[in-house]
Design a protein around this ligand. Sequence first.
Ligand SMILES: O=C(CO)[C@H](O)[C@H](O)COP(=O)(O)O
Length: 247
Amino acid sequence: MVDEPGSVSRGGPRRSAPSWSLKEPELVASVLGADYARLGDEVASLTDAGVDRIQWDIMDGRFVPNMTFGPDVVAVCRQHSHLPFEAHLMVQDPDPMLARFAAAGCETIIVHAETCPHLLRTLSTIRDLGVEAGVAVNPSTSVDFLRHVLDQLDQIVVMTVNPGFGGQKYIARMEEKVSEVRALVDHSGSPARIEVDGGISTDTARAAWYAGAELLVAGSAVLGHSGGKRTAVAELHRALARPVPAP
Ligand SMILES: O=C(CO)[C@H](O)[C@H](O)COP(=O)(O)O
């Protein structure tokens, strides 16, 4: 049986290629697991390894228990890569820092739906800064949060872990949500791109893509690979290209 595009494959891997994108999803490297003492070099070697984008995991110790870096750190790393930067703001109060991350050289700024009481206003502020606007939704957050802001969105991030830490287990039942978002985007004609973030590895990348993703964030699968970043990226590409085994 061939699955309908946008539906969740419940009886094993989907057998047809996803209709929303004939090309493989882009790989976005999360810097969360990098060596912070040499962040510039880490960003440069992720770039050389063949990823398509760099994601900065910005954590404030309030919205999530962990703390990471601010815009000045992102700004000094900007010269180490030509790739697009995205700032994933896992912070309680993103509005006062939007302009700083845009000035630091981020092409996309992603806020969490759970932290923005005036989400539409926050998204239009991001766009007014001349950068792309994204919204991330936690595993427990409904897709309904996105429905009324679609026209202000360039990117939607479906979290497949609870944010805060790298190296967590991929929550496979979030594929159903990815497919829901896929259907919402396709039916509305929105150009927003769908990103899946959390637990992406050679075991999970293909299912996330087939559920509806166009961008896959990989942290520990790349930075924690014993064979190095280049090997890790090649393995992820191989996993995405692997033919689905016969039933
Ligand atoms: O947003 C994140 C955590 O809050 C990270 O981007 C994400 O978890 C990537 O790391 P890994 O691939 O190791 O799960």
